[in-house]
Design a protein around this ligand. Structure first.
Ligand code: SF4
Ligand code: SF4
Length: 165
């Protein structure tokens, strides 16, 4: 039997602006325009995700390692723009992604990139080849950020615990 998770439902409803979510009439336009659903129709479906979120059906949303159904979204916003009920789908999907990270189920590429930001203050760590190329192109040097400040901010968000720093 599928259980309703009322806490999850509340989190999703709190993230939803103007209560529009309860007026989703499952028209499927979000899925029709979604480029990810177009490429991977059996693995990603925003309409389905919205329905399961509204109903609080946790087991249908969080599936351990098999989490493309959440993380497949590229946040392109196309669904937000097309939804006739003005539901901000991507705001809801952000809540689900944050919950997935908090449960330690986020994809590895996210934790690798978060580690790079923690260690170097940059999503793409400095590389001599890139710096040489920038110099050849006459581009200014990329300043080194204050890494301790970056770490302090990330520690405050408790990201360090998630990425084991
Ligand atoms: S386009 Fe909007 S109303 Fe239609 S199914 Fe998607 S979220 Fe629901
Ligand atoms: S924001 Fe995500 S769900 Fe919406 S259309 Fe883009 S990829 Fe699909």
């Amino acid at each position: 039997m599928v259980m309703i998770d009322y806490e999850l439902k509340k989190k999703v409803m709190d993230a939803n602006i103007h209560d529009a979510l309860k007026y989703c009439y499952q028209c499927n336009r979000c899925t029709d325009v979604c480029p990810v659903a177009d490429l991977a129709p059996n693995r990603y479906n925003p309409r389905d995700l919205i329905l399961n979120s509204f109903l609080g059906l946790r087991e249908n949303i969080f599936r351990g390692d098999d989490n493309f159904n959440i993380w497949g979204c590229t946040m392109c916003d196309t669904c937000d723009e097309i939804c006739p009920q003005k539901i901000e789908l991507t705001g809801i999907f952000t809540v689900l992604k944050n919950m997935s990270i908090a449960m330690g189920e986020g994809p590895e590429y996210y934790t690798i990139q978060a580690s790079a930001i923690y260690d170097s203050g940059k999503a793409i760590p400095p590389q001599p080849a890139i710096e040489r190329r920038r110099e050849q192109l006459g581009l200014p040097k990329v300043e080194t950020p204050n890494i301790e400040e970056v770490k302090t901010i990330l520690n405050e968000t408790k990201l360090n615990k998630i990425i084991n720093k």
